[in-house]
Design a protein around this ligand. Structure first.
Ligand code: UDX
Length: 442
């Protein structure tokens, strides 16, 4: 089939590259000329495992092309995906200006029947507005359909998530639209959930908010564990084996970040409010998440007694592993809170160093975990990168000024850390140990 994807961001580019890999002809459209020029040369605008190879293959085999001209994309494709950004406004609502602009521009150059599919995460009823907008700005009477096909791609595993989805949600309201999308997704062999457009839009918001709720729930349980002397990892294990609950997304930590959960949660609270419903539960999810980030900074402070003038080595800056994305990363809140108290922060992240230089200019960026630990009063783990799981702990201990690890991702076994001579503080892992004479483990 001939497809266009408008918006070469995290969602759009993965979608386009994957469809091209499945054998379709895909035109990627973006109004950022620099981004398009880069993509033509094989330069990725962000890091996503496997994406560069996929784009290179699609380009080489001429199934994947790039342009800044929306008209070009509309002219050659039956299905047009809208995957432009829906950033957060100061009010918390999603800013739909880009979506509206694309819908209007599509209307102005529509040559014949087209299926316009919204892929961006949007509030419920956006599909209806897209349809209304296209109808309003059409130059002559032409048939078209609008559909909603929300994405569930996680950064870092986006290609795998696309190729092996748990489900594909298709919000369609005509047979033609349904047939086209069913045909397009058939090769993936995933369960199809076919709904009306409003329901498809809600599935996305409700799913992301539910997952955020799971994280905040376990973070709240972690608080209880610290006060009661229990281990949240064991609690999560015991809860997670119940298939009605499930173990995924029960990892306590420094709170959720990234460009989806915080933004989608905020937008869902706002949509509910506009529809006359106070989604109190989700407001609590947001509050717990904020407390969790602040709480981690406070934990570092308590462990060091006085933070002013101390050096803190940080491992991990990206909002999660396998990405260079630092948007809404808990690391930003934690580091800024510690800097505000007068701490000197040194940090290492395997991918996010460029972003960090821009967002956290006062942090001393290090070339590896050992440099981050050298001369630091403690080591704080903020992202659970695989490569942090097995470090040379003997070397780290020698490099640190005091053998203190404050682990915001529960990456290590407390007993092992204790045996290695560290004072180890995780999240929700028993009562927070106090320093002993000589600075060793509790
Ligand atoms: C999310 C959704 O998972 C995906 O379906 C959606 O379409 C886009 O948003 P993503 O933002 O890439 O994906 O990251 P995800 O893996 O879901 O993690 C989000 C945040 O939650 C991260 O900051 C992560 O560290 C945190 N998290 C996740 C936890 O703190 N604990 C967990 O158990 C799981």
């Amino acid at each position: 089939m001939d497809l266009s994807v408008v918006g070469a961001g995290h969602v759009g580019l993965v979608t386009g590259a994957c469809f091209a890999d499945l054998g379709h002809r895909v035109v990627m459209v973006d109004n950022d000329a620099k981004r398009i020029a880069g993509l033509k040369r094989g330069v990725m605008p962000y890091y996503e495992p496997g994406l560069e190879e996929l784009v290179a293959r699609g380009t080489r085999e001429r199934r994947l092309t790039f342009t800044t001209s929306l008209r070009e994309g509309v002219a050659s494709s039956t299905i047009l995906f809208i995957a432009v950004g829906t950033p957060q406004k100061a009010t918390g609502e999603a800013d739909l200006a880009y979506v509206e602009h694309v819908a209007r521009s599509i209307a102005q150059c529509l040559p014949a029947y087209r299926l316009v599919v919204e892929k961006s995460t949007v509030p419920v009823q956006t599909g209806k507005w897209i349809e209304h907008t296209i109808r309003t700005y059409l130059r002559r009477k032409l048939p078209f359909d609008v559909a909603s096909n929300p994405e569930f791609l996680r950064e870092g595993t986006a290609i795998q998530d696309f190729m092996k989805p748990d489900r594909i949600v298709l919000g369609v309201e005509s047979k033609r639209a349904k047939d086209l999308l069913v045909e397009l997704y058939k090769p993936l062999g995933a369960p199809l959930v076919i709904t009306d457009i409003n329901s498809a839009e809600l599935i996305k918001h409700a799913s992301n908010s539910f997952l955020s709720m799971k994280i905040s729930f376990i973070n709240a349980v972690a608080q209880i564990c610290e006060r009661a002397g229990a281990d949240v990892e064991q609690v999560a294990e015991g809860m997670g084996l119940d298939p009605r609950i499930g173990r995924p997304f029960l990892n306590a930590g420094t709170g959720f970040g990234g460009f989806c959960f915080p933004k989608d949660l905020e937008a869902f609270i706002k949509i509910a409010e506009q529809l006359g419903y106070d989604f109190e539960l989700l407001r609590a999810v947001r509050t717990i998440n904020e407390q969790q980030k602040r709480g981690f900074a406070a934990k570092v402070q308590q462990a060091l007694w006085v933070v002013k003038g101390k050096t803190i080595g940080v491992l991990g800056l990206a909002f999660k592993p396998n990405t260079d994305d630092m948007r809404y990363a808990p690391a930003i809140d934690v580091i800024e809170a510690l800097q505000a108290e007068g701490a000197v922060v040194k940090a290492f992240d395997p991918q996010a160093m460029r972003e960090a230089a821009r967002l956290l200019p006062k942090v001393k960026l290090c070339k590896d975990p050992y440099e981050a630990a050298r001369g630091a009063d403690c080591l704080a783990i903020l992202t659970e990168w695989n490569e942090f799981k097995e470090l040379d702990f003997k070397r780290l201990k020698k490099l640190l000024r005091q053998p203190l690890i404050i682990d915001g991702r529960n990456l290590y076994d407390p007993a092992r850390m204790k045996a290695l001579g560290f004072r180890y503080i995780g999240v929700g892992r028993g009562r927070v140990p106090l320093p002993m004479r000589g600075g060793a483990a509790d």
